[in-house]
Design a protein around this ligand. Sequence first.
Ligand code: SF4
Ligand code: SF4
Length: 361
Amino acid sequence: MDMAALKAALGEEARRIGFSACGVTSTRPFSEARGRALAAVDAGRMDGMPWYTRERVTASADIGGRYPWARSLIALAWPYRPARSQRAGPGASGVVRGRFSAYACTGEGDGNGAVDYHDLLGRRCDTLVAWLRGEVGDVRAKRFIDHGWALDRAIAERAGIGFAGKHASVITLEAGSYVLLASVAVSVALPVDVPSRRGCGRCTACLPSCPTGAIIAPGVIDARRCISYLTIEHRGSIAHELRPLMGTWAFGCDLCQEACPINHRLAPDPLDVDTATTGRGPVPHPDLVECLELTETEFAERFQGTAVLRTGRAGLARNCAIALGNAGDRTALPALRRSSEHDPDEVVREAALWGIAQLTG
Ligand code: SF4
Ligand code: SF4
């Protein structure tokens, strides 16, 4: 079989399925990336994510060791649409809107809500593996999507589908850094690609764009200061000194991506400015008061099967209370007062009190 032709056809099939980039690399260990990740763990920069351990890093860097049948790693990028930035505070409708990270709004159709990207990418990876089986017969495969034990950025770089920017996200030629990454180990020995030679050059635009100073050096993120970590992974109260820096982000943060001039050129078309509620899932500019006051049942109904579920009802309410405090719109005071008195979660009640203090001076 002509393996070069097979790989070219694989790339075409991946793009037909909807991936924006597809590359191949070997299964040899990712020693450099392992060293960087272990240094981050040792320095405490991943504190607060108890699942991100030295053992996990070491295992993630050696997929070939864990799956001896694997012969190649397929790196895949799935594009998503960024959000148009919107001024904090009340919109034309008088609603105080915050921000959800655009990737959380990635869906099947118009990019507006409703499907968890793990499921979406998982199904697309399975479709690609099924195509490969159709071409070469029996193929063993194991896919990794975000929470899988794999160093997805290192795999993407070595497979040549992009390079790590100074904001630490992988930048691809087809969609900038607005991509979700997936990797698939397969038992077929495919020809490997060469790593990208591109880089940020002298640009440093993303470094000062980070309001919390989480990019402590080019390509090095202190997760403990990153708004994405704070609003999604962090449990409990958020440090008071970080709260005013979090702006109106209620889930994730896209600021360093939005500052990137490469993204300005290459990003897919932005999502439409929405005035929608979160009634059908995540939207880029959610109504903060509405999200603050969701019950557990309402939260589950709206965000079941989406990325936002990860932060939990109380986590989202905590984030919204802080965002409302930062938005500077006193029309949110009644809702914040209700939450400060009646929310079942102590962390939310305290965050609501903080929001009230911000708005009332
Ligand atoms: S996601 Fe936001 S907080 Fe995190 S590094 Fe980028 S700009 Fe900073
Ligand atoms: S903003 Fe500049 S330095 Fe940062 S990732 Fe983009 S190109 Fe690289």
